[in-house]
Design a protein around this ligand. Structure first.
Ligand SMILES: C[S@@+](CC[C@H](N)C(=O)[O-])C[C@H]1O[C@@H](n2cnc3c(N)ncnc32)[C@H](O)[C@@H]1O
Length: 232
């Protein structure tokens, strides 16, 4: 299946992933070798998982999907797990996608399986996100890490400033809106400067989020923001 068909197939799966971001996930998996493993933290109803899974099928890779299926209005709890499983089955990916139910921060200390690509889209506070980055110790040198809501979520952006801008393990590569790509390598000064260059876009997103919190959706609309959700 090509990307356009896969993107069309997730049109009815609710989630937070733009077409450009889906393409970025798709291409990251296509760069992997046969037999590779992708680990996703935060799968929700499977919108991103199906993209990763179809790309994994194309290269002979597999996907481990980690989600705690957090309760509440935003994420939906147990019924979200049912929808995730139904969406993976409808996509014909039950043999490619393995679901691991649990909190990423609780699973991480005991995890002992290596993987080749890490996609982080779980809880977006500073502590969880920076803990989720530590899953990267199971990646090979130069392995890629994709992070959703980077330079849009405050927690994820603060974590990126602390661990990527001021750290020594991750190089910022590029992004599609809030989906940022990093690789495991020692950053040079120019790599750090490219992180700094994303901060004006982060400030803009914070401005839009303030408007949304003040219930000024129409005003956010004048600035080009559509929908009830924070920019992603
Ligand atoms: C933003 S959604 C993921 C969206 C999904 N990637 C998509 O494309 O639609 C975040 C998901 O992370 C899960 N989650 C939140 N905190 C988590 C944690 N600490 N460990 C694992 N999953 C978590 C929630 O249950 C939710 O399904």
């Amino acid at each position: 299946m090509d990307f356009d068909h896969v993107w069309e197939s997730v049109a009815d799966v609710p989630g937070w992933l733009t077409e450009g971001q889906a393409r970025m996930l798709w291409e990251a998996v296509l760069r992997l070798e046969p037999g590779a493993t992708v680990l996703e933290i935060g799968s929700h109803q499977g919108r991103s998982t199906v993209i990763l899974g179809q790309a994994a099928r194309a290269v002979g890779a597999r996907v481990i999907a980690v989600d705690a299926f957090v309760d509440g209005r935003l994420f939906g709890g147990a019924s979200t797990r049912d929808r995730f499983e139904a969406n993976v089955a409808t996509a014909g990916l039950t043999d490619v996608v393995e679901l691991v139910v649990g909190y990423s921060t609780k699973l991480r200390p005991g995890w002992d399986r290596s993987f080749d690509l890490l996609y982080v889209d779980g809880k977006h506070d500073y502590w969880t996100y920076t803990d989720d980055l530590r899953w990267s110790r199971h990646l090979p040198a130069g392995g890629e890490i994709l992070v959703h809501d980077c330079f849009s979520s405050i927690g994820v952006t603060l974590g990126t400033i602390a661990k990527v801008l001021f750290g020594s393990r991750y190089v910022y590569v590029d992004r599609s809106r809030s989906l940022a790509r990093f690789k495991l390598a020692r950053p040079k000064a120019a790599d750090r400067l490219r992180v700094v260059a994303q901060l004006p876009w982060f400030s803009w997103n914070v401005f839009l989020k303030v408007l949304l919190r003040l219930r000024l959706r129409r005003v956010a609309g004048w600035f080009g923001h559509r929908g009830p959700y924070d920019p992603f």
